[in-house]
Design a protein around this ligand. Structure first.
Ligand code: 8YV
Length: 321
């Protein structure tokens, strides 16, 4: 029997591509041009399996397009699967997998980096230096906020939320409060679970988002929630951009109601709203939460583990539906 045909939508780390070549008849994407929806539709007709990522939008229309669909599994490179309509996939009998765990540390590291960047005004002060406007050291210049004894409010206490909380508590002496849909814990650090999101926002000096995007989570942090935050607090988002109303956030930052923010994700990537780009007190990163050589390689390997297990008829390491 000939090996399954796999279509890979983006360029992947070399060890991952080498392994794909060994195990499958594989079509790679060496020039890394993102697939159009027509190309995704075509790929579903020709491949037994696909390895895709956050830039590939598998909506209901694509997943249930007329004509013969050959694909039986979509292995998503990423823990978040909001780029795939899971109900439509399930209705079509498609298997969907993701890449949890392997990116927990890298993403939590970046959340911590953004917490520090925001509270220590790193983007704002570096921009001043680069413009040649830093005249001299000043005892009262560029004063930020210390983290010790402050409260970090985690929204979504899953794997990445917990790893961020652990870093903040043990590394920086922060108190941890959290809000999660389902009961969590026990943890190896003290953490105050709050059933009300508004209450969490009201008690936190820094709020960090760690929950999936899409569905009912979309717009979770709107003008009302931002208004519930402590005056002078900070917001960090390494999860998904659609969780936050970006216009309302820009407004709160411009008014100084919030002291700063750190964003690694945006509602309509790669578009970043002008209202955010022109603000000094927000650090803006191009979705690099998991972007280390080690992590991106491990993510690719886990996606291949899923594909191999599927076609060998073994249990899948990380099945979503
Ligand atoms: C991915 C992420 O690298 O895993 C996720 O959900 O946000 C990132 O770590 C990126 O989204 C590609 O899927």
């Amino acid at each position: 029997m000939s090996p399954p045909r796999i279509i890979v939508t983006r360029k992947l780390p070399k060890p991952v591509e080498d392994r794909l070549r060994d195990s499958f008849i594989v079509a790679l994407n060496p020039d890394d041009t993102p697939f159009t929806s027509d190309r995704l539709t075509l790929a579903l007709k020709h491949a037994d399996g696909m390895l895709c990522t956050v830039t590939d939008l598998f909506d209901e229309e694509i997943l249930s397009a007329e004509g013969r669909r050959r694909t039986r599994i979509i292995a998503n490179f990423g823990v978040g699967v909001n780029n795939i309509d899971l109900d439509a996939a399930e209705a079509q009998g498609l298997t969907i997998t993701n890449t949890p765990d392997v990116l927990t540390d890298a993403t939590a590291d970046l959340a911590m980096a953004l917490i520090l960047a925001a509270t220590r005004r790193m983007t704002e002060s570096e921009a001043i230096l680069r413009r040649g406007e830093w005249k001299q050291f000043a005892p009262t210049g560029f004063l930020g906020t210390g983290l010790q004894g402050k409260t970090l409010g985690i929204v979504g206490m899953g794997r990445i939320g917990e790893a961020t909380a652990r870093r903040a508590h043990f590394g920086f002496g922060m108190k941890i409060a959290y809000h999660s849909r389902s009961p969590k814990g026990p943890f190896d650090f003290p953490a105050d679970g709050l059933t009300s999101l508004k209450r969490l926002l009201a008690v936190s000096d820094v709020v960090s988002l760690h929950l999936p995007g899409g569905g009912s989570n979309s717009g979770l942090i709107s003008a009302e929630e931002l208004a519930a935050m402590k005056p002078g607090a900070y917001l960090v988002n390494t999860a998904r951009g659609d969780l936050v109303n970006e216009a309302a956030l820009a407004h709160a930052l411009r008014e100084g109601r919030l002291a700063g923010a750190g964003l690694d994700v945006f509602a309509e990537e790669p578009h970043v709203p002008e209202a955010l780009l022109t603000l000094p007190n927000v650090t803006l990163l191009p979705h690099i939460g998991s972007a280390t050589v080690e992590t991106r390689t491990a993510m690719g390997m886990l996606a291949v583990d899923n594909l191999e297990a599927f076609f060998d008829g073994r249990e899948l390491p990380s099945k979503v539906v």
